[in-house]
Design a binder for this molecule. Sequence first.
Ligand code: C2O
Ligand code: CU
Length: 472
Amino acid sequence: MFFLRDPKIDRRSFLVGSSALAASVAFPGGSRGAATPGRELALTAAPKQLPLVGDPYPDTGVWSYNTGVPGPEIRIRQGDRLRVVLDNQLPQATTIHWHGVRVPNAMDGVPFLTQKPIGPGETFAYEFECPDAGTYWYHPHHHSAEQVGRGLAGALIIEEAEPVPVDRDVVWVLGDWRLDRDASIVDDFGNHMDAMMAGRIGNTVTINGRIPETFHVRAGERLRLRLVNASPARIFGLEFRKHQPLIVALDGQPIEPHEPPKGQIVLGPAMRADIVLEMNGEPDSKARVLDTFYEGRAYRLIDLVYSGEPRLRERPLDPPSRMRANTMPEPDLANAERHSTVLQGGMMGGRGMMMGMNGGGMGGMGWSINGVAATGHDMAPMLTLSRGRSYVLAVRNDTAWYHPVHLHGHSFRVVARNGRPTRHREWLDTLLIPPREQADIAFVADNPGDWMFHCHILDHQDGGMMAVIRVA
Ligand code: C2O
Ligand code: CU
């Protein structure tokens, strides 16, 4: 499976051999002697050669956590303490951000704002409690377009005391790479064309670090599939043909189980969806999983391949019920203070046309939030919120591009889209806002500190679409 986007690369093709999905990597757990039970783990960030594409192509030089791409799947129980000592063996400084986890500010991994970047050869210990169950992930926040683009990302699963009953709990970390014909990573990070349009979308999609071929299932089984979009820029729109996935959580937060609108699970960069999949096909049958997000660029992501084994059960399980909510305080909408935020910038022409680019080059065409283009993480706050108060933030996308907007340190409820109340009032930490649309998000500012609010298309973030929200 090879996905082509860039017309220049269109003519190339990889003949991909069969490559099994990488199993999730186990890591030695350990309890600390502390009062709160916990897990301790060492992560080493370092270059590594890995068979991303597979025979007959050479290995790809990636940047890995503990030699894996993605990094180890970290699993911990809700309420437990996680301690991770990062050893940086990369040629540049790094940090780790625990995306979606409501950590104390000092553990948030934002360079210069919450910590000093961890230099080559240095170590740093992250330690925090995991207050909310769900599907999260970790990635660098320093030079993240390049570092995530070279493979640094991993899943962090915080387990519920009472999960949805399933036969298998599987994580798919979706990766997106821009590879050359020799399977090496194209070294064009920071390219202005990407930055001012849809971001550095690649040409090779991976699941758990391999180009996927088949995913083996058994008739009658029920899966919980945790989808994590760990790509720097690609938006996915997954369709499970002949199946009816039920979304049971978004960005880690339980939601009333429901079928995705139009049967398409849309995940912008950094977003997660937990789905329950009833494998109701026949033994020895097959079904395709497609990614149909970009118009005219649909492709087959993977095949679900049923074994010949008899059905695991004759009678289907009861439909999943909603999981217990996490611990976020409920925003008080009646008394919430309202603020407006506008996302601006980028090329103004639709559909990737070069309109809007005039003779002066593109140096001046950045991205901004409320008129300010960030030049680094350590910036004056765009907003200062009072600790404990409820806020509604209206976020308007005044650009021709999609933006997955992420708030650190909090989850928020999406209360309205384009002025209309949302059906599920979902809790998210990353919200995909289509061009020219608007969303209202509500939350209690209960986590003190300086928190990033930025687009998770990492080139847009680098290009200035980033702000700081202070909770004091
Ligand atoms: Cu996943 Cu500010 O990042
Ligand atoms: Cu963006």
